[in-house]
Ligand binder design. Structure first.
Ligand SMILES: [Zn+2]
Ligand SMILES: [Zn+2]
Length: 321
């Protein structure tokens, strides 16, 4: 039992990149760990928290909130005031609150994490080869958000009703998909579709395999992914690269290549340790790397340049092709 004069209640407001990065589940778990009652809520302006418990636990919560925040969170501003005790029982994640005219930072899209990658390649997993696999630590954010606060009804995922299994993950505080807004699986989420330039359906389940064959046969594909469309063709073959340049009216602007992993990237470029870290980071950027001569990538990908823009797959790539 904690004596009443030892109890305190604090209201905490956190601003920055704190929505869509697993912040509410983190707060929820931290409150439970420190035996605090109260609630957490996303608003258009901030993540708002009220916690009640012993002074010591409250102090610990305050420190850990800042020191152990999820890796993708970026706290810009945090404030705390004290309130009268309210005597809540337990800790809850409250329904988000929209406030007109208020805004907060939106998380960027985040490259597929290692845990999700494992699932995609595990034939026993229910998300085996599912190209829209994501979790609290990875997946689309900025691309799917239509408004804040960041909640499924305000994203492009609102039309996909979660199946019971996905819903159970979403509701389980111990699950990596607890409150993961784009949570989906082959049963309930979006699926792939490959269409030709007349809009005719070509493939669904085998869309990636067929797309790979088309690329190898010299075709140019528009791949709808996070952030927009990628125009893709075989970078080792001169004619599709030239055709792409002609159609885009880009005679010299360098193009970037995507390779399946770091080892493959090393076939084409010199990669220092810090460059490898950048390539495999959650931001998964295009990194400019020193181009090795005569490796099979056409010169016209980056005419006259000694550096090549390289990126790794940043969304689930269920085929090793
Ligand atoms: Zn993940
Ligand atoms: Zn599902």
């Amino acid at each position: 039992m904690v004596k009443a004069d030892n109890l305190r209640r604090a209201r905490i407001s956190v601003r920055g990149v704190v929505q869509g990065v697993g912040f509410r589940p983190f707060v929820y778990q931290l409150a439970h760990k420190n035996n605090l009652a109260g609630w957490v809520c996303n608003t258009s302006e901030a993540v708002k928290i009220e916690v009640e418990g012993s002074r010591i636990n409250l102090g610990r919560f305050w420190r850990e909130l800042q020191d152990n925040a999820p890796p993708l969170a970026h706290i810009e501003d945090i404030s705390r005031t004290y309130l009268a005790l309210a005597g809540d029982k337990g800790f809850e994640i409250r329904r988000s609150l929209a406030e007109a005219g208020k805004y907060q930072l939106v998380s960027p899209d985040i490259a597929t994490c290692q845990d999700c990658r494992k699932e995609i390649f595990d034939p026993e997993d229910r998300r085996y080869r599912y190209p829209f696999t994501n979790c609290t630590n990875c997946g689309p954010r900025f691309t799917i958000i239509k408004d804040i606060p960041y909640d499924r009804p305000l994203t492009t995922m609102h039309s996909f009703q979660m199946c019971p299994e996905c819903q159970a993950e979403y509701d389980d505080p111990g699950d990596r998909r607890f409150h993961a807004q784009p949570n989906a699986c082959p049963r309930c989420g979006p699926l792939l579709q490959l269409i030709d330039n007349q809009g005719n359906h070509i493939a669904s389940d085998e869309a990636i395999t067929v797309a790979g064959e088309l690329l190898r046969s010299g075709k140019i594909l528009a791949i709808k992914g996070l952030g927009g469309f990628l125009l893709a063709c075989d970078a080792t073959s001169e004619s599709p690269v030239s055709l792409l340049r002609q159609r885009k009216r880009r005679r010299f602007k360098p193009l970037a290549i995507m390779v399946s992993n770091l080892d493959q990237a090393r076939n084409y470029c010199e990669i220092a340790e810090n460059e490898a870290a950048l390539l495999t980071s959650p931001q998964s950027p295009i990194v400019l790397l020193r181009w090795k001569p005569a490796t099979g990538i056409c010169q016209s990908v980056a005419p006259g340049l000694g550096y090549l823009g390289v990126m790794l797959p940043y969304t689930p790539a269920p085929s090793s092709a």
